[in-house]
Design a protein around this ligand. Structure first.
Ligand code: SF4
Ligand code: SF4
Length: 102
């Protein structure tokens, strides 16, 4: 089901975001971090090194992502999708990314 304003997981009016999905797990090479113009991909490998070590993938902050798409082609494992195009089997990653920032 597409997110909409009546969906309780989308608490406020929702803009589009990019999402990091399963292929990033245990790869997290941070190529996307290097190109994001608004630094909304976390945890940062040097600015938050301890957190970076603890996670098994990186996450895009849906409130900060400006939807520019620069990160998508940089990912060597094609883990990044615009929200509307997240493959069905990875739709849970839309919430997984958002929940990292709650
Ligand atoms: S470029 Fe892809 S694999 Fe690398 S950290 Fe970003 S999403 Fe993960
Ligand atoms: S789409 Fe742009 S703003 Fe959003 S995470 Fe990727 S590089 Fe950053």
């Amino acid at each position: 089901m597409r997110p909409n304003q009546s969906d309780q997981t989308y608490k406020k009016e929702k803009k589009m975001t990019y999402v990091i999905c399963e292929p990033c797990i245990d790869v997290k090479d941070s190529a996307c971090v290097d190109v994001c113009p608004v630094d909304c991909i976390h945890p940062h490998p040097t600015q938050a090194a301890d957190e970076f070590e603890e996670v098994n993938q990186l996450y895009i902050d849906p409130e900060e992502c400006i939807d520019c798409g620069v990160c998508e082609p940089e990912c060597p494992v094609e883990a990044i999708f615009i929200e509307d195009e997240v493959p069905e089997e990875w739709e849970e990653f839309i919430d997984i990314n958002a929940e990292y920032f709650e």
